[in-house]
Design a protein around this ligand. Structure first.
Ligand SMILES: Cc1cc2nc3c(=O)[nH]c(=O)nc-3n(C[C@H](O)[C@H](O)[C@H](O)COP(=O)(O)O)c2cc1C
Length: 211
C-alpha cells in the first residue's frame, strides 16, 4: 500500500469541487432519507438528507445537520412554522426521484408533484410521509443547536409515530433493511443497496476481553 498524506494547508488550497467530494466521501456510508414537510399554506416539500443521526432512544430522538441559512431552506422554514417533519427511507425504486429532491425548486413548488413521489398522511401530525417508503418516521421539532464552526445547525426531533413494513420488524425490535432494498450512500451522488448484515452479541462486563 502506498499512502498519500494531505495536510490541512493542502485541503485549504484544494479546488472547491475536489474538496467537497473528498470531505463528503471521508465518513464512509451515510444513508439518504427524504424529509417531508408542509408550509402554512399547505404546500408540501420533500428534500434528501444524508446526515440523519441517532440522538437517543429514551426519549426517542433523531437529528440531522442543516446547511447554513445563506439561501432559502424550505425544509427548515417549514419545520419552524409547522413544528413537525417526517423522515422516510429511500429504496432502490425511489433512488432517481429521491436524488431529484436535492434540486432547488422555487418556494411554492412541491417536490412531491415535480418528482411524482406520492405523499401519505396520518391523523396525528400534518407533515407528509413518502407513501412508498418502507420506514416512515414522524417527528416533532425538539430543539436546534447552532454549530459555530461552519454555521450549520443540528435539528433535533422527537419521534411521535413510526410506520414500518411489518415483515422488516423482528420480534426483538430490529429492522431488516435488506428486505426492501433500502439504500445507503456516499457523498452527494452515490447510492448503494445493502446485503443482510451480521449481528454480533452485545459486549457486556462478562464478555469484555479487557477484564
Ligand atoms: C445525497 C444528498 C444528501 C444531502 N444531505 C444534506 C444534509 O444532510 N443537509 C443539508 O442541509 N442538505 C443536504 N443535501 C442538500 C439538500 O438536499 C438540498 O439543499 C435541498 O435543495 C434542500 O431543499 P429545501 O430547501 O427544500 O429544504 C443533500 C443532497 C444530496 C444529493
Amino acid at each position: 500500500m502506498s499512502q498519500i498524506t494531505i495536510t490541512a494547508e493542502k485541503i485549504h488550497q484544494m479546488e472547491v469541487n475536489y474538496r467537497r467530494n473528498l470531505i463528503n466521501d471521508l465518513p464512509s456510508f451515510k444513508s439518504p432519507h427524504l424529509i417531508g414537510t408542509v408550509n402554512t399554506k399547505g404546500i408540501t416539500n420533500l428534500s434528501i438528507f444524508n446526515s440523519i443521526v441517532h440522538i437517543g432512544a429514551n426519549p426517542p430522538l433523531l437529528g440531522f445537520i442543516l446547511r447554513p441559512l445563506t439561501v432559502e431552506r424550505h425544509t427548515y422554514e417549514n419545520i419552524k412554522t409547522c413544528g413537525y417533519f417526517t423522515i422516510n427511507s429511500v429504496t432502490e425504486q425511489l433512488m432517481e426521484r429521491a436524488h431529484a429532491c436535492s434540486g432547488k425548486y422555487p418556494k411554492g413548488v412541491s417536490e412531491f408533484i415535480m418528482t411524482g413521489i406520492k405523499p401519505a398522511y396520518s391523523k396525528i401530525q400534518p407533515a407528509p410521509y413518502v407513501e412508498e417508503s418502507p420506514i416512515q418516521i414522524a417527528l416533532k421539532i425538539e430543539e436546534e443547536q447552532a454549530i459555530k464552526s461552519n454555521d450549520t445547525r443540528l435539528i433535533v426531533g422527537r419521534i411521535v409515530e413510526i410506520r414500518i413494513e411489518k415483515e422488516m420488524l423482528s420480534p426483538k425490535g430490529y429492522i431488516d433493511v435488506s428486505k426492501h432494498k433500502i439504500l445507503t450512500g456516499r457523498g452527494l451522488d452515490q447510492y448503494f443497496t445493502v446485503a443482510k448484515g451480521k449481528r454480533l452479541a452485545r459486549i457486556t462486563k462478562d464478555s469484555c476481553l479487557l477484564i
